[in-house]
Write a protein of this length. Structure first.
Length: 357
């Protein structure tokens, strides 16, 4: 039942670092044969954030059904698989352990090589992915500058070749996604805050709200804690003006929309300005955007416009490949596998694994 395959290693990849259970089959580090994600968003909505033990239990509940579904329609079988890849960190320890144990067991039972993958590298390699039926198209070209913005991470790197990273800058406090989530909660919006702020910002008829930008001099580092504090003060002042006292009383939607728009503008402004400056300094031939916040339409549009003005192609995965998924781990895992990398079945979860090399 083997389908005709264009080549490159076929990797079965498992992602369970945070609150999405993802399993994918990816060929040659690029072509997605299947990519199934079980999201825990609804589960964590009542607490407005991820409770690690709840997340780990949900991975345990969903990972085998997700695996079953990943085989359906992929047109391949275990005999075709060249390696099993899994996220080894960074992430929540209990969540990582579920995916690592399942991946190890599969590799052992089926006698396949096993490769541990850095989750952040997965977000970068999502830029190489192609959906089923999508033409191969151009690959990102080196040197490239990549911005990864997620719920747990915000950093800029330069890549001069595959699997080779030079960290240019990173957040000195909160990740951009964390700021979106916290400000979303302040505004009384649904969890997670990122998509909810994007939706509310789209409703803004007045676009006057101005929030501070932390430029941090010439550095490529980011800071969002001051912006978060400014947002909290502005929301509190607006609530006091409107005479709102109870937590369940919310500002009128028009006011929420304007504040959401102003906050989103401030985040996007800093992210885009620093990325473009880094791309110019590096003489980049591509700009890559990844991580959950890369699903943000305002960020995508503004970076696309500025990259075009610079004449540098921007590569941004579709939103579903920006948020956590197994395919991105398959993309990075295939590169590591092709480079000869193997992990032992004693691989451990590394919750604060940095992006190395
Ligand atoms: O990469 P990801 O799925 O998980 C981590 O590795 O952290 O990123 C999740 C983050 C959340 O903070 C979420 O609010 C944010 O990505 N996010 C967005 C959007 N979609 C997801 N932020 C802004 N706009 C969006 N459309
Ligand atoms: Zn992520």
């Amino acid at each position: 039942m083997t389908a005709s395959r264009a080549g490159g290693p076929l990797v079965l990849a498992v992602e369970s670092s945070c609150d999405e259970t993802g399993i994918a089959l990816v060929e040659g580090g690029r072509r997605i044969l299947s990519n199934v994600v079980a999201s825990q968003v609804a589960l964590h909505a009542p607490t407005g954030g991820i409770v690690p033990e709840v997340a780990a239990r949900a991975h345990l509940r969903w990972i085998l059904p997700v695996l079953d579904e990943a085989w359906q329609g992929a047109g391949v079988s275990w005999a075709d698989v060249d390696a099993v890849a899994v996220t080894r960190g960074p992430g929540l320890a209990g969540s990582l352990l579920v995916g690592i144990n399942v991946a190890k067991t599969l590799a052992w039972i089926h006698d396949k090589p096993f490769v541990g993958v850095n989750h952040l590298e997965g977000h970068l390699y999502a830029a190489w992915l192609r959906d089923p039926g999508q033409a191969d198209g151009e690959e990102p070209e080196f040197p490239l500058v990549a911005l990864v913005v997620s719920g747990g991470h915000t950093f800029l790197v330069e890549m001069t070749d595959h699997l080779t990273y030079r960290l240019l800058g990173q957040t000195v406090d909160d990740a951009a996604g964390e700021a979106f989530d916290k400000v979303g909660r302040l505004l009384g919006l649904d969890y997670p805050g990122g998509p909810a702020i994007q939706r509310a910002a789209g409703d803004a008829s007045r676009r006057d709200a101005v929030f501070p930008r932390a430029w941090l001099g010439d550095s490529y580092d980011f800071s969002f804690s001051g912006l978060k504090t400014a947002a909290r003060r502005t929301v509190e002042a607006a609530r006091a003006d409107a005479g709102l006292r109870e937590p369940e009383e919310h500002l009128p939607h028009a006011a929420v929309a304007e504040l959401a728009w102003g906050f989103q503008e401030a985040v996007v402004d800093v992210l885009v300005t620093k990325t473009i400056r880094a791309a110019v300094a590096a003489g980049a031939r591509s700009i890559v955007l990844g991580g959950g916040v890369a699903a943000n339409a305002a960020l995508r549009a503004r970076l696309a416009g500025e990259a075009e003005a610079l004449g540098v192609p921007l590569v941004v995965p579709r939103p579903g490949l920006c948020t956590d998924n197994g395919a991105m781990i398959g993309a990075a895992g295939a590169r590591r596998f092709a480079a000869g990398e193997r992990s032992g079945l004693d691989l451990e979860a590394t919750p604060s694994l940095p992006l190395a090399r």
